[in-house]
Design a protein around this ligand. Structure first.
Ligand SMILES: Nc1ncnc2c1ncn2[C@@H]1O[C@H](COP(=O)(O)OP(=O)(O)OP(=O)(O)O)[C@@H](O)[C@H]1O
Ligand SMILES: [Zn+2]
Length: 686
């Protein structure tokens, strides 16, 4: 049996229009640090080569003589051979006799030292021909005269030779540049553009980057994620303990959450706690590389990891490689597919007792290729949320621990002032405050340093659209309160256990969480109540602000789906009757009805669906108008406290008028971090 309502403990709504921040940009220029060494080394090598070349050229160089001297040497019969290069340079050879008898020496050109000419190995000479002189005619005349006197004639030839300096400038320079750039990229690939990197020098680099080992104490908040990765730590410490009975441990852990919430930090802490090497590479690093190298980089990474096991590979922004294959994406898609395929192959090739754990982070789990999430790969997902007020106070405490603080600094107050901040932004605020205080010449960081730092960081966040504006927060708080109040007072809705305006992930801006009751059968009234609750968020926006926002998109999708199901699947409409009109879709392999109902019936169905939704909407809005004071109070408290647990809800709204809330008395599901509230599943809670 199939029901269209999914009673997921996840949010009833989200704001799909909220812009998602793209993958964090890597600081490209930090990667240039090591190539400096490379460039300087290259320059020294080049200088050395040039120097050697000049030396060699000098040693084998011909004797330079003046053109007039050359003409005299020809007339004296000392010259054996002449080569005219490009019509202007002359390379010649003296006769052996002339050199042996030192006759050439008789008229030394001022520039050429004499000793050189008597050197038997240097019969070569060179000179420059003035353009005006007719050398060939001169030589011919000389040869004619020579035959008469019996001396040997001068052989002469003309050659065309390219000018090597010009050639070098024309070809060598660009070629050298290309080779240089190529080498540079090869180097970048070899290091993955990152310092923290597996390899022979990893350990040193890691120590340098991290300073000291990161532990769970450095990660504030994130109670549940920490609990979940604790098992990974155990596994890395003592793999045999787990695999003793033949069980296979998960090798892939995917951390899902918005940017700056501490995913990298958590992965590092796992490595730190387990005392194993940690390699970090960003998915976009793979993709920056030339075609065909991404895959081999993956292979390298895994080969090295296996050598260093037990260890952790952390792939940040895994969505850069892990996007659904064959999808659109223009250039580079094929390369990405290859890289992803290699990653899948490597992950499959692991034995879980090898002790290599792959952690990956993404803020776009929705775009990941399904193959990545299959068992044996990233089959374990841990979601990481933005911190609520109390967690933010904890994060502030971690980051001010190393600062010299004035007594005026209050982490609680700072946490209240920073709704919507992620850990990275809090770290940023603390650092800014310390710098400001230092600039002002203070001995300790004071609260007003923090205030100013806050203004700065906030301005930046507003500019980058990462911060929810106060008006938006008010809308969200009322929207969530609307869901919660409607859900609280209706008979057939699931008990609300937590209301929050802490953004949860990519798009959900807040949520009202409810424990689904364990059941498979819903009456018309139950479905109506649930639709009414889903419309409570939008209703509250309308009542309080006079208009609705896009924040109700998901709510409306769910409502529409339910309303149609009531009419065409469940026969819950008197006007249409107990008929199922969904056959064509359902029985894909059975006889297909091209059109299972008439146009008239289609129109009737649409009208009936609209009626049902109108009714639910009216109920929601009526109830909210009646409870308006509660709605406002709840929204105000949410804005202050961000999260309301069950106890706070009971205090505010009174005991729920319907339903046997047995779980209430157990005192569970009340605290902000309660696992049972977070991971509520129909089977664990009645
Ligand atoms: N829960 C936390 N406790 C303490 N510090 C935190 C926490 N979360 C984030 N930070 C601080 O923010 C910095 C950045 O966090 P980190 O790089 O781990 O975020 P991320 O989720 O990996 O971000 P991204 O998705 O952009 O890579 C950390 O180095 C740390 O200083
Ligand atoms: Zn909603």
């Amino acid at each position: 049996m199939c029901f269209c309502i999914v009673s997921s403990p996840e949010a009833m709504h989200s704001n799909a229009d909220s812009p998602s921040s793209g993958p964090g940009l890597q600081p490209v220029w930090t990667t240039l640090r090591s190539p400096y060494v490379f460039w300087i080394g290259g320059a020294i090598l080049l200088a050395l080569l040039v120097h050697l070349g000049i030396k060699w050229q000098q040693a084998s160089a011909p004797v330079r003589i003046e053109y007039s001297t050359f003409l005299e040497h020809v007339e004296s019969g000392y010259v054996e051979r002449v080569e005219i290069v490009n019509g202007k340079r002359i390379n010649g050879t003296y006769t052996a006799a002339a050199v042996q008898n030192d006759r050439v020496e008789t008229r030394p050109p001022p520039a050429a030292p004499m000793g050189a000419v008597v050197d038997r190995s240097r019969r070569a000479f060179a000179t420059h021909k003035p353009t005006a002189h007719e050398l060939t005619a001169f030589l011919r005349r000389h040869n004619e005269a020579a035959t008469g006197t019996g001396t040997a004639p001068v052989t002469f030839a003309a050659t065309q030779e390219s000018d090597w300096v010009g050639t070098l400038l024309l070809w060598g320079l660009p070629l050298g540049l290309i080779v240089g750039i190529w080498l540079f990229f090869m180097r970048r690939m070899a290091t993955g553009g990152r310092e923290e990197q597996i390899g022979s020098d990893t350990a040193a680099l890691f120590e340098e980057a991290g300073g000291r080992r990161v532990t769970f104490d450095d990660v504030a908040g994130l109670a549940e994620p920490k609990e979940e990765v604790a098992e990974v730590v155990e596994f890395l410490r003592r793999p045999q303990k787990f695999t003793r009975l033949g069980g296979a441990l998960p090798t892939g852990v995917l951390l899902v959450g918005p940017p700056g919430t501490g995913k990298t930090l958590l992965a590092k802490a796992v490595a730190g706690e387990a005392g194993v090497p940690f390699a970090s590479i960003s998915g976009s690093d793979f993709m920056e590389m030339f075609v065909g190298v991404g895959a081999s980089r993956v292979r390298d990474l895994f080969d090295q990891a296996k050598e260093r096991a037990p260890c952790i590979i952390f792939i940040d922004e895994v969505d850069a490689i892990g996007r659904t294959r064959g999808g659109p994406g223009g250039a580079g898609t094929g390369e990405r597919d290859n890289t992803l395929n290699q990653l899948l192959v490597e992950m499959d090739g692991f034995d879980s007792d090898e002790g290599v754990v792959i952690m990956a982070a993404t803020n776009r789990p929705d775009v990941l290729d399904a193959a990545l999430l299959r068992p044996g790969r990233f089959d374990r997902q841990i979601s990481i949320h933005k911190p609520d007020r109390l967690e933010r106070a904890d994060i502030f405490r971690v980051h001010v621990a190393d600062l010299r603080l004035d007594a005026s600094v209050d982490p609680e107050a700072l946490a209240r002032q920073t709704p919507g901040f992620a850990g990275a932004e809090i770290a940023n605020v603390c650092n800014e405050a310390a710098l400001l205080a230092a600039r002002r010449g203070r001995n300790a960081v004071q609260m007003d340093d923090f205030d100013q730092a806050l203004d700065r960081v906030m301005a930046g966040l507003e500019r980058s659209n990462k911060l929810i504006s106060p008006e938006e927060r008010r809308v969200i708080a009322h929207h969530e309160s609307g869901h919660a109040i409607v859900g609280w007072f209706l008979e057939h809705t699931d008990p609300v256990v937590k209301v929050s305006v802490v953004p949860r992930g990519l798009s959900a801006l807040g949520h009202a969480q409810h424990l689904p009751k364990e059941r498979d059968l819903y009456s018309r009234e139950a479905l109506m109540d649930r639709m009414t609750m889903a419309l409570g968020g939008r209703g509250a926006e309308e009542i309080v602000f006079g208009r609705a926002t896009t924040g109700a998109k998901d709510d409306l999708e769910r409502v529409t789906e339910t309303a149609y199901a009531m009419v065409v699947d469940y026969g819950m409409s008197d006007r249409i009757g107990p008929l199922s009109y969904n056959r064509a879709e359902r029985r894909a392999d059975g006889p297909l009805f091209e059109k299972p109902y008439s146009d008239a019936m289609a129109a009737a169905i649409d009208e009936e669906v609209a009626d049902i939704v109108r009714e639910a909407r009216a109920r929601a809005n009526d109830l909210l108008r009646e409870k308006r004071p509660l709605l406002d109070e709840m929204a105000e408290r949410l804005l202050r406290e961000e999260v309301l647990g069950v106890e706070a809800l009971v205090a505010l709204l009174g005991s729920p008028p319907h339903g046997e809330y047995a779980w209430l008395k157990e005192g569970d599901g009340t605290s902000r971090n309660s696992a049972s509230a977070e991971g509520a599943s129909p089977s664990s809670q009645g």
